[in-house]
Design a protein around this ligand. Structure first.
Ligand SMILES: Cc1cc2nc3c(=O)[nH]c(=O)nc-3n(C[C@H](O)[C@H](O)[C@H](O)COP(=O)(O)OP(=O)(O)OC[C@H]3O[C@@H](n4cnc5c(N)ncnc54)[C@H](O)[C@@H]3O)c2cc1C
Length: 423
């Protein structure tokens, strides 16, 4: 059955279904059934994959990178240590992606926008008018239904032929003549991945760290936030929920992440007791703003960012105020009218590396530039560019930096992305 946005069929169906189940005194879930696909090798924990592109981390940047690589014809595997796609957008609950527009026009489109648009349309949500310049930057963020978003992201991966491996993460990464051998581990699973290119979308550039390439991390990092709601039910795609700053939150390893989750949940429990309100919504983990960034072939400085420097090798626009959260909160510093920063391709390449690209908040940048670059539309723009570059490099048997920029731009354009200086 196909439902359009305002389809009467859809309303009839929902009404009938809800009334029917209420009358029968049944929960909706008890009437629904689905079978998981049989996993051929479930008795055999050793699995081998030969792929063109391995994406590690299926978060904001990662699922876009994987969908792009799959659509461009690369055999693609995505390994995600959590249980769903979307990362900070879905598991962290930060489901208000920004910013796809700047100064009255759309500046980031492509696969990320396709997903945000389709999930918002399906959810009968609202879109800002990109032709109007808002008074405050956050007015043009799009309230997205995190649950629907992750379902659509999985559907688009399947349609692009991308294989998904949840609950797994790389344990060793070894360079080979043709690319990499990556041993991944999950419960009951050991997977050997032979791939030509890796895209590290782990947020904190974990694969880059395992390989020993240089990374940057501040002594004092921005706090993370736990998202929750007291008193009234959460309406996904319609509102922002409550946030609790978790100072010192860092996604660098399982110990730091555990510590952030424990501190956040303990504080929320105290709040519930103190305020005597019902806990109506709680995300499964802390949203992490900052940990490691790579030191790339180019490091974007705050000066580059605030001056709107158009890099020769720009692969995406980015748009957001400089937005550094500290112990005392955040005072966003808006960009000057007309300024639209760009992201250079070389900021996605770990310095001195071959056959590995990053995308997402770990982009090579100083802390202040990163506080603006890290937002979701920009992460999606980087993810799509990384997917294109990894695919072209895998096909040509070369490394991403040796792929002609014109080919990267042309394939990005073909897949709906806006190229800085060209549109
Ligand atoms: C509280 C908060 C509020 C924010 N507000 C906004 C906002 O209003 N608008 C906006 O646009 N942006 C906002 N941001 C910024 C934005 O959400 C993030 O910077 C962005 O989502 C990061 O995307 P990413 O792909 O780099 O990382 P993530 O989305 O975090 O994805 C990383 C993924 O990698 C997985 N992973 C990590 N390590 C491994 C491993 N070793 N193996 C396998 N998988 C791994 C993780 O499980 C995760 O799924 C906010 C961020 C936070 C935390």
């Amino acid at each position: 059955m196909k439902f359009s946005r305002h389809s009467p069929d859809r309303r009839d169906f929902l009404q009938h279904y809800v009334l029917g189940t209420a009358a029968a005194g049944l929960a909706i879930s008890s009437t629904s059934h689905v079978s998981a696909q049989t996993v051929a090798s479930d008795a055999e924990p050793e699995i081998t994959n030969d792929v063109d592109v391995l994406v590690v981390g299926g978060g904001t940047a990662g699922h876009v990178a994987a969908i792009q690589a799959g659509r461009a014809g690369a055999k693609t595997l995505i390994v995600e240590r959590n249980s769903q796609l979307g990362g900070t957008m879905t598991t962290g609950g930060v489901a208000f992606p920004g910013l796809f527009d700047a100064w009255g026009r759309q500046v980031i489109a492509g696969i990320g926008w396709e997903l945000v648009r389709e999930s918002t349309e399906m959810d009968e949500g609202a879109f800002p008018d990109f032709a109007k310049v808002p008074q405050r930057h956050w007015q043009n963020q799009i309230y997205t239904n995190q649950f629907l978003y992750s379902l659509l992201a999985e559907e688009k991966c399947a349609a692009a032929g991308v294989e998904i491996a949840y609950y797994e993460f790389p344990q060793t990464v070894t360079k080979t003549d043709g690319g990499w051998e990556v041993e991944c581990i999950g419960f009951g699973t050991r997977r050997l991945v032979r791939c030509r290119q890796i895209i590290d979308c782990t947020g904190g550039a974990e694969v880059v760290g395992m390989l020993g390439f240089p990374r940057l991390r501040e002594d004092v990092r921005q706090p993370g936030s736990f998202l929750f709601k007291l008193d009234t039910a959460h309406a996904p795609g319609r509102e922002q929920v409550h946030r609790l700053y978790v100072h010192g939150a860092d996604s660098t390893n399982s110990r730091t992440a555990t510590s952030a989750n424990l501190a956040g949940r303990k504080s929320i429990l105290e709040k519930v007791r103190k305020e005597g309100k019902r806990l109506m919504h709680l995300q499964p983990e802390t949203g992490f703003r900052e940990s490691y960034r790579i030191e790339g072939e180019t490091v974007v400085t705050v000066n580059d960012y605030t001056s709107g420097r158009v890099f020769d090798d720009a692969i995406s626009y980015a748009f957001y105020p400089v937005d550094l959260h500290t112990k005392t909160g955040v005072k966003p510093k808006p960009l000057k009218p007309g300024t639209v920063p760009t992201i250079p391709f070389r900021a996605l390449i770990p310095k001195g590396s071959r056959d590995i690209i990053v995308a997402g908040r770990c982009v090579s940048s100083d802390q202040l530039a990163n506080s603006g670059l890290r937002v979701q539309a920009s992460c999606m723009g980087m993810g799509q560019a990384a997917g294109v570059a990894a695919t072209l490099a895998a096909k040509a048997g070369t490394t991403p930096l040796e792929v002609p920029l014109s080919e990267i731009h042309s394939l990005l354009h073909e897949h709906g992305q806006i190229i800085p200086g060209q549109g």
